[in-house]
Design a protein around this ligand. Structure first.
Ligand code: COA
Ligand code: ZN
Length: 304
């Protein structure tokens, strides 16, 4: 039997949050529906953040109940930066939330206007409160490789924060290369250290493809035993508060890599191409990861 890897598509949140074109709630719902139709089991659909900070996510409270009623079997998670975000998410019926803790002082300040200590406390409190509400929880450790403001992030800091998030009850710790600066050697080193202390099925990775190393980094993570990945269909994305960050590693690249290497994802490549078609119409520009040209050719010849 092929080993399974689990992919969370973060395009509707990480992908759309930074787009100049306003995307309607109906268009977001349609994108999530295409992802689910392609077999994606888990989607990060939106964030309950300040609409002043991220106007594109202002409709979170409308979108979430619509997604959950249309797609009851989909794991739909939402990002929350603080207790207010959790309250809003809970009121909208959220079943899964993600907190976002950056591993450096400056990145937390730029992203959520808190220092590292406060952001750590707030993340712990939010996770504990979410657990009490019976929600599934993820905790991002952002800038876990390099910070756009402070340079290389010390590994012992990442290690300590990840363990605190485990103790606070996070079901899943997401080690994030927010600006896409990691390379496979660093990924291997950091994940080998983390898997000494944290069960491998509680760890996930979140790569951006800024330097074209997203797939290589995913392979390094697979070799370190990681089986949970974030990715974004069409490679859409980039954090508005982290200068230089390009989109996430593309879901289609990750699916291709995994399936060609003997893993099972449950995701259909033609289904992902349908989702990319829709995202292109909405964002009015060509999208796709490194494999898109080859995938389109295969599709034309009916070989996918
Ligand atoms: N959702 C909606 N509104 C929120 C909120 C949330 N989760 N948290 C705070 N607010 C509101 C407050 O009610 C207050 O509103 P008011 O001006 O009408 O009174 C306003 O935002 C300021 O509140 P404050 O607690 O002082 O927040 P802040 O200005 O220090 O901003 C965050 C902190 C976390 C709310 C803001 O930085 C943020 O939303 N960041 C998200 C960044 C992000 O999404 N990054 C990308 C993903 S990693
Ligand atoms: Zn990201």
């Amino acid at each position: 039997m092929m080993e399974r890897i689990h992919i969370t598509d973060v395009a509707p949140r990480d992908g759309l949050q930074n787009q100049a074109v306003p995307v309607s709630t109906a268009q977001k719902l349609a994108l999530v529906e295409r992802l689910a139709a392609a077999g994606v089991e888990s989607v990060e659909i939106t964030s309950f953040v300040s609409p002043k900070a991220v106007p594109q996510m202002a409709d979170a409270g409308d979108l979430l109940p619509q997604v959950q009623s249309r797609l009851p079997d989909l794991r739909s998670s939402v990002l929350v930066p603080n207790r207010k975000g959790l309250e809003r998410a809970h009121a909208a019926g959220a079943r899964e939330i993600a907190v976002v803790l950056s591993a450096t002082e400056t990145m937390n300040r730029k992203n959520i206007n808190m220092g590292l200590d406060e952001a750590t406390d707030v993340s712990e409190q939010t996770l504990q409160a979410a657990r009490q509400l019976g929600l599934r929880t993820r905790a991002y450790v952002a800038v876990a490789f390099d910070c756009p403001f402070e340079g290389e992030t010390p590994l012992d800091r990442v290690f300590g924060l990840a363990q605190r998030m485990v103790k606070a009850g996070a079901h899943e710790i997401v080690i994030a290369d927010t600006i896409g600066s990691a390379s496979p050697g660093m990924v291997k080193e950091r994940l080998n250290a983390l898997t000494q202390a944290i069960a491998v099925d509680r760890l996930a990775v979140h790569f951006h493809d800024t330097r074209g190393m997203g797939a290589a980094n995913a392979w390094a993570a697979l070799e370190a035993g990681i089986r949970r990945f974030d990715a974004s269909v069409g490679g859409i994305g980039g954090c508005p508060f982290a200068p230089g960050a390009a989109g996430n590693v593309a879901t289609e690249d990750l699916v291709l890599l995994a399936e060609r290497s003997g893993f099972y994802t449950g995701i259909s490549l033609p289904g992902l191409l349908d989702a990319i078609d829709l995202a292109q119409e909405v964002l009015q520009r060509p999208l796709g990861g490194r494999s898109i040209t080859w995938l389109r050719k295969q599709q034309e010849r009916d070989l996918l």
